[in-house]
Design a protein around this ligand. Structure first.
Ligand code: HEM
Ligand code: HEM
Length: 162
């Protein structure tokens, strides 16, 4: 009986270990998210400093920043795709499900509003999707920090309760 419990513990430990990302994976994820976030924030700063008479017209600086944002966001999307195993294993372990679910919702909202920004031209839709996109984007930084922290705390709690 003890042997069966030992094997089950080992298995749980193995799956848990696989929820963690390898250091190259974690670094690539943080790097691509930081680049996406920073370019989004730079665009917002440029928007705040822009001459209001320009209306929806982008300044050359905003154009450069948005091109970079579009490029690094694609890289970030690749990294999100690579987290499929992380999500499935985390879900199976019932570990960090609440903040993990929020992470999925935030990613879906960013992708949907990014598509709207790129393809919908009607002013009212653009304004709406822009506001939702950047507000959720800015908030995503705090959510990721919470997700990583609560995931780490859950792991320590489980190890201590052994
Ligand atoms: C899944 C991640 C993301 C994707 C795929 C994405 C993609 C895009 C795309 C395609 C655009 C429109 C580009 C254009 O019109 O030329 C855009 C605009 C923008 N994004 Fe993101 N983005 C992501 C995350 C973020 C984050 C984290 C922020 C954080 C601040 C952000 C802030 C912005 C801003 C401020 C704009 C300009 C909005 C406007 O034109 O009114 N994005 N993004
Ligand atoms: C788009 C969705 C998600 C993203 C971007 C994401 C991202 C991350 C990142 C970057 C870490 C830190 C990894 C490390 O330090 O090795 C992490 C940790 C963690 N995540 Fe997620 N995650 C997502 C969804 C989920 C879901 C749905 C679950 C579970 C239901 C989950 C469970 C966990 C757990 C348990 C940890 C702590 C791992 C540990 O330190 O042992 N995640 N997540």
């Amino acid at each position: 009986m003890n042997e069966i419990n030992y094997d089950a513990d080992k298995l749980v430990e193995l799956v848990r270990d696989k929820v963690r990302l390898d250091s190259w994976h974690r670094r690539s994820f943080y790097f691509s998210f930081a680049a996406t976030w920073i370019t989004g924030a730079l665009w917002l700063i440029a928007q705040g400093l822009k001459d209001p008479d320009l209306g929806p017209v982008r300044t050359p600086w905003q154009t450069v920043v948005m091109r970079t944002h579009g490029a690094v966001a694609l890289f970030f999307l690749i990294l999100l795709g690579t987290l499929m195993t992380h999500v499935r294993r985390g879900w199976a372990m019932k570990a960090n499900r609440r903040s993990g679910g929020c992470m999925i919702a935030v990613s879906a909202a960013l992708i949907l509003t990014a598509w709207m920004l790129y393809y919908l031209t009607a002013d009212s839709w653009r304004e709406w999707s822009s506001a939702v996109h950047w507000a959720v984007g800015l908030l995503a930084l705090a959510l990721i920090a919470i997700h990583v922290r609560t995931g780490g705390i859950a792991r320590v709690d489980q190890q201590e309760s052994k």
